[in-house]
Design a protein around this ligand. Structure first.
Ligand SMILES: CC(C)c1onc(-c2c(Cl)cccc2Cl)c1COc1ccc2cc(-c3cccc(C(=O)O)c3)sc2c1
Length: 231
């Protein structure tokens, strides 16, 4: 026969629905889920990572055999001249699946939304892609970073020969390593050195990135200001 809701049942229903609607998670908790990282937040996080990366870079450089025997002003000139390139290399390794898959997406998203204009995003991610395709092993990454730091013709380096004497054994070692690690790819070593040439062009893009950030009044940390001669 016909199903009917009684008056009591209707009253019960009303009480239950009201209670259900009243007790919800506060908006500011669930809002976290859908909040897109703001440009400002991404910039601050990347600034923090870059600052920490520079500190790590200085320690790594001090452990390069012979580096601390170089002229002190040349040591500074080499660090200042190579910091950006070393950080492009380091951040690139993240995109060659060094990190769990999810991390690369988040990092890519944060870099894309950190106030960098589109014209620099393209070459930046092209570089990341080209490094990722090399599938460098750890030894190659370490040697390539040391070779980048020991580039004799950085601005203000006085004793370039002394730097060459340190860089050359690294290049010879990397060459041997590439032959051993990639016997089926005779041109692999040349491809690695090609990345160093690409890094130099990224230096120019990076200088523009800094300018555009500064124009929009983005602040850097004291260490980054010192190493990048800004502010
Ligand atoms: C000041 C800041 C806004 C900035 O200005 N220019 C650049 C820059 C950008 Cl965008 C791209 C390339 C180079 C520079 Cl120099 C940056 C950010 O630079 C960095 C520097 C190092 C690293 C290491 C990372 C990283 C992640 C996960 C894991 C690891 C890991 O080593 O395990 C490393 S991300 C990262 C971002």
């Amino acid at each position: 026969e016909k199903v009917e809701i009684t008056k009591e049942q209707e009253a019960l229903m009303k009480l239950i629905v009201e209670a259900y609607n009243k007790h919800q998670i506060p908006q500011d908790v669930t809002k976290q889920l859908v909040r897109f990282y703001s440009t400002e937040e991404n910039f601050l996080l990347l600034t923090e990572i870059a600052t920490s990366q520079v500190q790590v870079l200085v320690e790594f450089t001090k452990n390069i055999p012979g580096f601390l025997s170089l002229d002190h002003e040349d040591q500074i000139a080499l660090l200042k001249g190579s910091a950006v390139e070393a950080m492009f290399l380091r951040s690139a390794q993240v995109f060659s699946r060094k990190m769990p898959k999810g991390h690369t997406e988040v990092l890519e998203e944060r870099i894309r939304k950190s106030g960098i204009s589109e014209e620099f995003i393209t070459p930046l991610f092209n570089f990341y892609k080209s490094v990722g395709e090399l599938h460098m092993v750890l030894e190659e990454q370490a040697l390539l970073t040391a070779i980048t730091i020991l580039t004799p013709d950085r601005p203000y380096v006085k004793d370039q020969q002394a730097v060459e004497r340190l860089q050359e054994p690294m290049v010879n070692l990397l060459k041997k390593l590439c032959v051993l690690q990639h016997p089926q790819e005779p041109q692999y070593f040349a491809r690695l050195l090609g990345r160093l040439t690409e890094l130099r062009t990224l230096n120019h893009y990076h200088a523009e990135m800094l300018t555009s950030w500064r124009v929009n009044d983005h602040k850097f940390t004291p260490l980054l200001c010192e190493i990048w001669d800004v502010q």
